[in-house]
Design a protein around this ligand. Structure first.
Ligand code: PGA
Length: 229
């Protein structure tokens, strides 16, 4: 069976201080340094710190020569200009190649809808940043040219309960029927203990762990165990 390229995308959400970001990178470097080329082969590993910590994360990634990308958890629906508090795609493009949009926590707590998410997707595209477009089910709207979709059932996020790999695989295959070229990631309580079960199914191309990615050891183990397919 040919090996599929996997995305491992760690969403730190609204967590970590400067000192904790530095600690994470130091630990991750120690854990991965002897095994880096083997375990990162055929994988795109991305870490999504808060906006505030993105430049620091880029500096630390470069310092430790880690083959990982740094991404953003969100983006403004507007271009740069008079939008107080907003972080535009133009600003992000100096640091990141990926950005999460449409996470269920943004949809719920910040009332983001399909219209605003479509604007965000367009802003990212203008700056060649790849969106990881999150949906809670197979029927939620996804803009046409999105190339990475993350299926994250709301009840599985941060609860320790996961979707079954079979159902997640079916949802991923349904999403791919509508968006044939896209990669589909699974998110919702992904851990070192369950990731291999999801890595074994046909239509899932990677993972979006939240809580487990905060711990460098768990994130490293997720990367290793995602190779078992
Ligand atoms: P979780 O979060 O791994 O903590 O469930 C996943 C996510 O919300 O992206």
């Amino acid at each position: 069976m040919t090996k599929k390229k996997k995305y491992i995308a760690g969403n730190w959400k609204s967590n970590k201080t400067v000192a904790q970001v530095a600690e994470w990178f130091g630990e991750f470097h120690k854990l991965s340094k002897n095994d880096i080329s083997a375990s990162f082969q055929d994988k795109t590993v991305i870490v999504f710190p808060s906006f505030l910590h993105i430049p620091l994360a880029v500096t630390l990634r470069d310092k430790y020569k880690l083959p990982i990308e740094i991404g953003a958890q969100d983006v403004s629906p507007f271009t740069s200009g008079a939008y107080t508090g907003a972080i535009s795609a133009d600003m992000l493009s100096e640091f990141v190649k990926y950005a999460i949009i449409g996470h269920s926590e943004r949809r719920k707590n910040f009332l983001e809808n399909d219209e605003v998410l479509t604007q965000k997707e367009a802003r990212l595209k203008e700056k060649n940043i790849t969106p990881i477009y999150c949906v809670p089910d197979k029927d939620t709207f996804v803009p046409e040219d999105v190339s990475i979709v993350a299926y994250e059932p709301v009840w599985a996020i941060g609860t320790g309960k996961t979707e079954s790999p079979e159902i997640a695989d079916k949802v991923a295959s349904e999403i791919k029927k509508k968006h044939q070229e896209c990669n589909v990631l699974y998110g919702g309580s992904v851990s070192p203990d369950n990731v291999a079960d999801f890595a074994a199914v046909k239509y899932i191309d990677g993972f979006l762990p939240g809580g487990a990615s905060l711990d460098p050891r768990k994130f490293w183990e997720i990367i290793i165990h995602a190779s078992i397919y």
